[in-house]
Design a binder for this molecule. Structure first.
Ligand SMILES: C[S@@+](CC[C@H](N)C(=O)[O-])C[C@H]1O[C@@H](n2cnc3c(N)ncnc32)[C@H](O)[C@@H]1O
Length: 294
């Protein structure tokens, strides 16, 4: 049964990914480690981990034959576990497999596996957090929360991010779907109705950025501008720590292993400078040990 929580095949459904999945999971694992090591003994009333696109709990990379613990199981097996876990996936097979894997954990009573659309279920999760935060508990701080938002493409809606911003402390690691946007933006720009791109950015203002970029003779930097726009909106939600002060940016780019084509970025936001400090430590090197210039 312990195989359920190990990075190995356990006979339950598992999903195939490209080798780049290792990079994403490594950043997350190290963020969780630094976050929980520093915070587990502070008087937070709860430390919640929220994974809105949780998957089945394991990832298989055919190219290497390796199995990895997926994001929910990385958080569950951390050396200092969170006090509460909210795992959501819209696929029943994924949630069933994830629940079975979690069931052998010594902290299974802290886990809620929810089947459905994250963009709807986020309301229940945030209300649960806010309800406990509003209780009078002497000597305790508010809850400290971390949300990992890792859809396949453009399924994460801005209104979901805005909802997650409601608790006092909620760090965010967001999959910014660069390739998905490249595929959809041309058509979405022309569309009169609301598109997945509009839902992702929470409006149509992105279309102006896209239009300015499209009309430039040398077209560079579209995603820098779009991510800055997204981060400005995060700042409006209270994420004072959405930006670095220089131009380098701090969103690791995950690329396709063979063609090196950009797939997605990991965008970080915190309301507290310590969150940013942790993230900058984490992204100083990638899973291959390569350093980044910061
Ligand atoms: C990239 S995978 C997540 C991988 C996971 N983070 C891991 O590390 O193993 C994206 C997941 O989101 C789920 N999904 C897609 N749209 C969703 C939605 N609207 N609500 C909830 N889950 C969704 C898919 O079923 C899929 O399992």
């Amino acid at each position: 049964m312990q195989a359920y929580l190990q990075a190995e095949n356990d006979g339950l459904p598992i999903r195939e990914f490209g080798p780049w999945v290792a990079e994403k999971l490594d950043y997350l694992k190290r963020y969780i480690n630094i976050f929980e090591t520093s915070m587990h003994d502070k008087p937070w009333r709860r430390r919640c981990y929220i994974d809105l696109f949780a998957g089945c709990g394991k990832c298989y990379v055919p190219a290497s034959g390796r199995v990895y613990l997926g994001s929910p199981l990385l958080s569950l097996t951390a050396s200092h576990p969170f006090t509460d876990y909210f795992f959501v996936d819209s696929n029943r097979g994924n949630i069933d497999a994830l629940q079975r894997r979690c069931s052998v954990s010594p902290v299974y009573d802290r886990v809620r596996c929810l089947l459905g659309d994250s963009n709807l279920l986020v309301h229940d999760i945030v209300n649960d957090i806010l309800a406990v935060d509003s209780e009078r508990i002497q000597g305790k701080w508010s809850s400290l929360n971390l949300a990992f938002l890792d859809p396949d493409g453009l399924e994460l809606q801005w209104q979901t991010v805005a909802m997650l911003a409601q608790p006092y402390r909620m760090d965010l690691i967001i999959h910014y779907p660069q390739m998905g946007l490249n595929r959809c933006m041309g058509q979405a720009f022309e569309a009169e109705e609301k598109t997945a791109v509009d839902l992702f950015f929470g409006g149509t203002e992105w279309r102006q950025i896209y239009e300015r970029w499209k009309n430039r003779p040398r077209r560079f930097g579209l995603h820098r501008q779009l991510m800055d726009y997204y981060k400005e909106r995060l700042q409006d939600l209270g994420y004072k720590e959405a930006f670095r002060d220089d131009e380098v940016g701090d969103e690791p780019l995950i690329r396709n292993a063979k063609k090196r084509a950009p797939l997605y970025r990991l965008l970080f936001a915190s309301k507290h400078p310590l969150g940013r400090e942790f993230w900058e430590k984490v992204i100083r090197r990638d899973v291959y040990g390569q350093g980044r210039l910061l």
